[in-house]
Design a protein. Sequence first.
Length: 86
Amino acid sequence: MLSLARFAVLIILLAIAVPVLPQTCALCYTQAASSGARFIGALRNGILILIVPPMFMSIGITWLAYRKRNHFREEIDSGESESFDE
C-alpha cells in the first residue's frame, strides 16, 4: 500500500511539472532566433559546458555513496564491526 501511495505522489508531481517544461526566457529565444548559425553553435556548446561537469560530479558522488554503502554492509555481514562495549 505504501509503494502505491509513493507511486501516486510521483505521478502527480510529474503531471504538475509538465506545463513548466516548455517555458523559456523570452530574451534568450529572441536572441537565438535572430542570430546566425555560428551563434547558435556557440550557444549549444555553452549549454553542454554548463551541463556536463555537474552531471559527472553527480554520477561520481552517487557512485562513491553506493560503494561506501556496500563497504559498510560487508563489514557488518562479516562480523568485523567494532564493539564499543567494555
